[in-house]
Design a protein around this ligand. Sequence first.
Ligand code: HEC
Ligand code: HEC
Ligand code: HEC
Ligand code: HEC
Length: 183
Amino acid sequence: MKNAALVIMAVFMMTAVSMAAAPSHKYVGAEVCAMCHRTPKSGEQFQKWQASKHSQAMKVLTSPEALKIAKEKGIKGSPDQAPECLQCHQTAYGVEASLIGPRFNKQDGVQCEACHGPGSDYMKMNIMKNEKEAVANGLVLVSVSDGSAEQLCERCHNKKSPTFKSFDFKSMWSQIAHPVPKQ
Ligand code: HEC
Ligand code: HEC
Ligand code: HEC
Ligand code: HEC
């Protein structure tokens, strides 16, 4: 009797967890984040991202090097259509179409929301200004100081990447850092 109750409890809790984790926030695309994150006062995060290789991650899948890698792996068709490559080179790959906003561009590679979470609900000004609210609306907090940023990078910068050599967080982060300037 007691065991049955425990099993029911466990099933209930698992359902609750999976419901909480069920994604409902939409991916809006870097162009939409740019509305507020391109001014000097904000720290020009959009321009910094545009100048980084992350914005080119889809384009690079059409390079001769990419075609060579794909051929060696026996991938049929273009690597910029291959799941084996898109899982790291495209944002929101495999996410259902209803969760992709109208201005989201798949060709934009590794976008803001690949690291910060889908933004449709946290991007409103009053929510963005309040970190707690933003997190409740889908913002994924990542930080250099607690090591969560490094873990995030290593989801893609790892041995499963066909061109991987090594990953030095400090020097790699310095190439893409995009802080809000101190007032
Ligand atoms: C309507 C304007 C607006 C839009 C659109 C917007 N943001 Fe923001 N965002 C802000 C403001 C304002 C802040 C607070 C900045 C500060 O701390 O000075 C902020 C803060 C942030 C922070 C830091 C949050 C924290 O508390 O650590 C991140 C990360 C962020 N935005 C990412 C995004 C991403 C990704 C998008 C697109 C999905 C986006 N923002 C769209 C206005 C906006
Ligand atoms: C596990 C994630 C991951 C997968 C899967 C992946 N890549 Fe990448 N790719 C990366 C990362 C991270 C980089 C940048 C650093 C590096 O080379 O490791 C990169 C860089 C590249 C580059 C540029 C290399 C350079 O020297 O500038 C090419 C070309 C490339 N990948 C092709 C592919 C192709 C083709 C596939 C599919 C067969 C693929 N990648 C699958 C993560 C991945
Ligand atoms: C490759 C992952 C990655 C991408 C892509 C990325 N960010 Fe970030 N972003 C981070 C990390 C990690 C931090 C935390 C930095 C820290 O702890 O100092 C951060 C911090 C921020 C902050 C807060 C900065 C501060 O000083 O408080 C804002 C705002 C932000 N990002 C906006 C954006 C926007 C807008 C884009 C797209 C144009 C973007 N980010 C793209 C990883 C990323
Ligand atoms: C969703 C997958 C993904 C995540 C997460 C990610 N990256 Fe990348 N990164 C890539 C891909 C793919 C490329 C290659 C793009 C290209 O060559 O056009 C790349 C390239 C880079 C480059 C350019 C490397 C070069 O050879 O010039 C730097 C720097 C970089 N990433 C830093 C970071 C840092 C720091 C983090 C964590 C805060 C991070 N990345 C997280 C996928 C990712």
